[in-house]
Write a protein of this length. Structure first.
Length: 156
């Protein structure tokens, strides 16, 4: 039954978004509605780009290993917020704006991760010697000659 609710939501959301834009167009005019859609798209794309940059910088800095997957999930919510804002419609914009608020992202991360979010801020123990693992080294710790060329790790 929960899958049917999600399917119904996915089917109805575009119609609700279209209805909200038509209502907005009737209230403020077609030109203002088009300007709103374009501005929302640009802001949403900028937010998506910022979220992607946050994710990449945290991966390079090694924050994911130290702080756990919670930070990546919160950065993913920033990307999702940008996508919802870029999607035309008022309902998705409201949800996207709520996701862009750090407090809401933090609460949603706790809900999604459940009990695991309480322990995710502690660093994980180092694997034993000889275990297969990948260690993330911050770019500042590498010699200048290594920083200039890409590092490829092939794990079979």
């Amino acid at each position: 039954m929960p899958r049917m609710r999600w399917l119904l939501l996915v089917i109805l959301l575009p119609f609700v978004e279209l209805w909200s834009l038509l209502e907005l167009g009737g209230a403020v005019g077609v030109g203002a509605t088009l300007v709103y859609c374009i501005v929302a798209m640009v802001v949403g794309l900028m937010l998506m780009r910022r979220g992607r940059e946050l994710m990449v910088s945290r991966i390079h800095a090694g924050d994911v290993h130290r702080r756990g997957p919670r930070v990546m999930l919160e950065d993913g919510f920033v990307v999702l917020a940008g996508g919802l804002i870029a999607f035309p419609g008022l309902v998705s914009d409201v949800i996207g704006i709520l996701l862009a608020i750090p407090f809401v992202r933090h609460l949603l991360t706790r809900v999604v991760m459940g009990p695991a979010s309480r322990t995710s801020t502690r660093p994980s123990p180092r694997p034993s010697a000889g275990a297969d693992h990948v260690e993330i080294i911050p770019p500042q710790a590498l010699p200048p000659t290594v920083r200039r060329r890409p590092v490829v790790i092939d794990v079979d």
